[in-house]
Design a binder for this molecule. Structure first.
Ligand code: G
Ligand code: G
Ligand code: MN
Ligand code: NA
Length: 254
């Protein structure tokens, strides 16, 4: 309850910060995107993990202004990166189900892009299957509008839900992110390899980009590369880092 009351003031008090985790195209040896991950530093509570405060933000409706700030701040940052010469870098933001109820979400996003001189193709929205389930019709309406604007719509945590395959057909996804759990358990075992391999082939057949998440070591990288997975994200390449560190990371290249 106390956390909730603190959360109301967090935006005004500028307690949020975005961290960025790189997405790598291993065939091009290039950083192709940055996923924005929110961080909350409260003067008394200290660092509060998103898994602890995002649910509260969703329940209270605070996710609308917080989510808007995330989009605003990540687009502002990406526009800076474009000006620094990383002209095809994308930024990805996580969107909660509740944000679909935000009256002017699409309009707001379009305005943020214009204001920052950022073309829509450089913004990705990551949606989980569970957030679609809450209101599929509304989700479809909003995601279709975002897709028509040219924004990349990605299915996050792919493979953990119940009917992911049907959603790929019904909703305008152009990217799937294979859930970390599949990569974490990835060993030279028939089943693990078969699942990832099937998703990569599925993505190719449906003209969807595929990203593997949670790569923590060279062995996982090698296994994924052998399965023709080309885009990856994980601690092995880079942990989520603040804007300054992420800018240095871009400067150092791979
Ligand atoms: O970053 P980790 O960094 O601990 O993120 C934990 C969870 O919080 C993930 O499921 C991630 O998708 C979610 N998350 C991180 N940032 C945001 C955000 O800005 N908005 C929403 N809705 N979820 C976020
Ligand atoms: O749910 P979503 O995929 O948006 O959240 C990503 C979460 O995974 C964040 O909490 C992020 O910090 C975390 N993460 C990113 N890369 C790795 C990794 O290689 N290993 C682990 N264990 N977590 C990771
Ligand atoms: Mn995500
Ligand atoms: Na994910």
């Amino acid at each position: 309850l106390q956390m909730e009351s603190y959360l109301y003031d967090a935006l005004t008090n500028k307690e949020f910060e975005l961290y960025y985790q790189p997405q790598i195209d291993i065939t091009k040896q290039k950083i192709v995107g940055m996923e924005a991950l929110i961080r909350w530093n409260h003067p008394l509570l200290g660092r509060v993990a998103p898994n602890n405060f995002i649910p509260i933000a969703e329940e209270t409706g605070l996710i609308a202004p917080i989510g808007e700030w995330v989009i605003e701040e990540s687009c502002r940052q990406n526009s800076i990166w474009h000006d620094l010469g990383y002209g095809d870098l994308k930024v990805a933001v996580n969107i909660s189900a509740r944000q679909f109820q935000h009256k002017n979400l699409v309009y707001t996003i379009a305005n943020i892009l214009t204001k920052n001189g950022l073309s829509p193709q450089f913004l990705e929205v990551e949606i989980t299957e569970s957030s679609i389930i809450q209101n599929p019709d509304l989700a479809k309406k909003i995601l279709t509008q975002l897709d028509e604007l040219g924004i990349v719509v990605a299915m996050d945590d792919f493979g953990t839900g119940y009917s992911s395959l049907g959603y790929l057909k019904k909703f305008p996804f152009s990217k799937i992110k294979i859930d970390q759990s599949f990569v974490r358990e990835l060993k030279n075992k028939q089943e693990d390899l078969a699942i990832i391999s099937a998703v990569v082939i599925l993505g190719r057949g449906m003209n969807l980009q595929v990203v593997a998440e949670g790569i923590e070591n060279a062995q996982q990288l090698k296994l994924l590369r052998d399965l023709n997975c080309t885009t990856m994200q994980g601690y092995y390449f880079g942990k989520p880092m603040n804007a300054k560190e992420a800018t240095c990371f871009l400067g150092e290249g791979l």
